[in-house]
Design a protein around this ligand. Structure first.
Ligand SMILES: O=P(O)(O)OC[C@H]1O[C@H](OP(=O)(O)OP(=O)(O)O)[C@H](O)[C@@H]1O
Ligand SMILES: O=C(O)c1cc(=O)[nH]c(=O)[nH]1
Ligand SMILES: [Mg+2]
Length: 194
């Protein structure tokens, strides 16, 4: 799948949103990829994740397990694991950091691919990779559907992105005036309170 093919799945699902969004990292952006509107269609999710699984195998060969960061990573992690024919587990936020819960665990030395939905600064990916390493896993690669950094982020392991885009994102104190004039949406789960 090309970058355009991937973007077309987002466009056709109404998932390429324009406005004023605060991202998981705290950066502000005029564009948001509302991946859930893509993943809610099993056939779209399957096309993207099969292509991602093929790219993972072509890049690093066999892995033992796929691990994703909740919430956004769970569905693409599961679907990618299905095409890799490996188990799919996830970490979730507890007291700020990512933790394995629900009986999920890593066998010592297992080869892990960390599967994210969207990468912007790579912060969530790095946090997830650290949790996998702390649990004894050997993280051979990270993978994502869209890398919004255009290949610039460093997550400490090779990052396999199905599509790579450069999307503008600004610190809160450096907003262009046309963005500052639009009301803010905060669509992610990082700042959700119980
Ligand atoms: O590369 P980063 O700067 O970390 O940004 C990308 C992360 O942001 C989103 O998650 P978010 O924390 O918004 O919650 P969600 O998974 O529930 O959407 C997305 O799912 C990635 O995990
Ligand atoms: O950086 C993010 O939080 C982010 C960006 C994006 O386009 N989509 C998303 O789900 N998260
Ligand atoms: Mg996420």
């Amino acid at each position: 799948m090309t970058n355009d093919d991937v973007l077309e799945e987002f466009r056709a699902a109404g998932a390429l949103r324009e406005g004023h969004f605060v991202l998981s990292s705290g950066l502000h952006s005029p564009v948001f990829l509302q991946k859930n509107l893509v993943f809610m269609r099993p056939e779209r999710c399957e096309r993207l994740c099969k292509a991602l699984a093929d790219k993972i195998v072509a890049t690093v060969g066999h892995v033992d397990v796929a691990v994703s960061p909740a919430v956004g990573g769970i569905i693409p992690g599961y679907e990618t694991a299905r095409h890799l024919n490996v188990p799919s587990i996830y970490v979730e936020r507890e007291g700020g950091g990512f933790k394995f819960r629900r009986g999920f665990h890593i066998e010592p030395g297992q080869k892990v691919v960390m599967v994210e939905d969207i990468v912007t600064t790579g912060l969530s990916s790095r946090e997830c990779i650290q949790a996998i390493k702390d649990a004894g896993g050997d993280v051979v690669a990270a993978a994502c559907i869209v890398d919004r950094s255009g290949g610039k982020v460093d997550v400490g392991v090779p990052l396999i992105a199905l599509a790579s885009l450069e999307v503008p994102a600004y610190p809160a104190d450096a907003l262009p005036p046309e963005l500052a004039a639009i009301p803010i949406e905060d669509p992610g789960s990082r700042r959700l309170k119980g």
